[in-house]
Design a protein around this ligand. Structure first.
Ligand SMILES: [Zn+2]
Length: 273
């Protein structure tokens, strides 16, 4: 399946005409126009029910008795406090009103992590042998939180709904085509680990999530430069086997590391803020 908005041929002119026909919004973080046909509150409500279903079938590890789960919780708290501070200092706290952050480690060998709209973050235990340390975990969790804040999933879901359901509203789609709508949601947000279930994020979205993720990690008191060593480990760990969300995309590891190097001075400027 092709994400409508990952096609390079769809230029700004086409986006402008789509924005004329459908509702486009401005992202609070980037200030850029984006096609998010689905009101964020509706996406968050759907995310909340999908998250409850997910947690029912993937028992979360107890942070009181497990050091790794406690680490995921600690990094989640630190990262999201940083995000809250950033939005507050830019007088944009209202954007985060619907967010109820939760951080869970689940026992699953997949090298994966995600953050749903509304702030439900899940780290799979299979990621931890690659992150190895708390700095790298902060880089990955910061990256996933950024996808949610940048509304990348909403943009993907809007594109898929336009393409597959003719731009039906979410509430109509959920009542008329519930399973198709849920599949679109799962694909757009990278939930689930079955091969073919996830759409790769575009190169632009990946790099944007990298850039902001490094800022959150730095603000949260972690060393964002660990991202470079993490990507070296990820390259070795993937070995063409199970490919996580953050690898199934256009930026090659080499390009990605170069970009991360160029983002680091900006991120390090946010340390202690
Ligand atoms: Zn990503």
């Amino acid at each position: 399946m092709i994400n409508l908005f990952s096609r390079k041929c769809l230029g700004m002119a086409a986006l402008a005409s789509i924005c004329f026909l459908f509702s486009c919004t401005q992202n609070a973080l980037t200030g850029k126009k984006q096609l998010t046909m689905i009101p964020e509150a509706e996406v968050q409500s759907l995310a909340s029910s999908q998250y409850k279903d997910f947690i029912k079938t993937h028992a979360a590890v107890n942070p009181k008795t497990n050091a790794n789960a406690a680490m995921v919780n600690r990094v989640g708290v630190n990262i999201t406090k940083a995000v809250n501070r950033f939005y507050a200092s830019n007088k944009k706290s209202a954007v985060l009103n619907g967010y109820q952050w939760e951080y869970n480690l689940v026992n699953d060998n997949a090298v994966n992590a995600w953050c749903m709209p509304g702030g439900k973050i899940v780290v799979y235990s299979g990621l931890l042998p690659v992150t190895i340390n708390e700095n790298a975990l902060a880089v990955v969790m910061g990256h996933e939180v950024s996808h949610a804040l940048l509304q990348h999933g909403n943009q993907r879901m809007s594109g898929s709904m336009l393409q597959q359901l003719g731009g039906m509203t979410l509430s109509v789609a959920l009542s008329k085509k519930p399973s198709e709508t849920q599949d679109i949601f799962m694909q757009a947000y990278g939930i689930g680990t079955e091969v073919g279930m996830m759409l790769p994020f575009s190169r632009k979205h990946e790099l944007e999530a990298d850039r902001y993720g490094l800022i959150w990690a730095a603000m949260a008191g972690y060393d964002p430069s660990e991202a470079l060593a993490f990507w070296d480990r990820m390259e070795k760990a993937s070995g063409g086997q199970q490919v996580p969300e953050f690898l199934r995309t256009h930026p090659s590891d080499a390009i990605r590391k170069e970009k991360i190097k160029s983002y680091l001075p900006e991120a390090l400027g946010y340390r202690g803020k």
